[in-house]
Design a protein around this ligand. Sequence first.
Ligand SMILES: [Fe+2]
Length: 330
Amino acid sequence: MSEVKVASSNGIPPPSFDLPLPDRPDIITANIQKLIEQTPNPRHRFIFKTLVKHLHQFVNETSLTTDEWMAAIDFLTRTGQKCTPLRQETILLSDILGVSALVDSLNNPVAGGATENSVLGPFFTEDAADVEFGESIASEGKGDYMYVEGRILTTEGQPIPNAIIDTWETDADGFYDTQYADRSHPDCRGRLRSDDDGRFGYRAVVPIAYPVPGDGPVGELLCLLGRHNMRPNHLHMMVEAPGFHKLVTALYPEGCDYLRSDCVFGVKKSLVVSLKDIVDDEEARKRGFPRGGSFKLLQYDIILLTEEQSAAIRTRVEEERGVITGDEKY
Ligand SMILES: [Fe+2]
């Protein structure tokens, strides 16, 4: 005998209280808020109460038309459908609306001169090659020479040896290696370790400003808003050391036209760096640049917070802002 399927609920019974029938718009809002009160997890309850409050307020404030709401749903549908294992259009939407940068900033406040964070972006990979002190992360011909050096330090100025530094950047055409269909090995990216004095140094190329993908729904939205889709040129760095708060950041050479209008809001004043022009063939060859000639020098010390310092700063900042988190976080 074949099994008969019966339409059934998810097993959750109706609420123990009666809700008024939603004869007026404001009753719809009140009813859903009452239902959300039943959410078992306090953090979920708080997040969804707040989300619905603002979402309903948005619909009311804008007197949103049915056509506009359907256009929004169509946009979100196409945004999801554009995603593939290699293309994340939903993250891009979060990025260009400033939400990624906002979440990042609120979750990683710094103090005591520690290096500020910046958005991770979609181009980090796990397969970067190990690079020794002074070696190059970029194969020859990938762009103008740049030497990057500095120290990894505590907020007291003590060196942090053996920190793992992941770094990645675009080539001279403004592309990451992962954007090439024929990518056979990682390029313009590497993994280094700081030495006993906390020092690091490596050869790279001068990164180039690049557009975020413009051929999807998020690209359409940027055009609709009259916004460009460019990021200023930058060098990504991710630094980890035992006992220290992981840092995800990027350094932005000054002088780029897009520095003050980064389409994903990643630039912070403390992360803007000046590149020194070193026009000295001997020095270039000494640093290992095969063509010699000249190179740009980027010098920057990275200051890490301990896990304890980071947690204490987050708590202090939340208290200062009077953040209501809704009982407890799960
Ligand atoms: Fe990037």
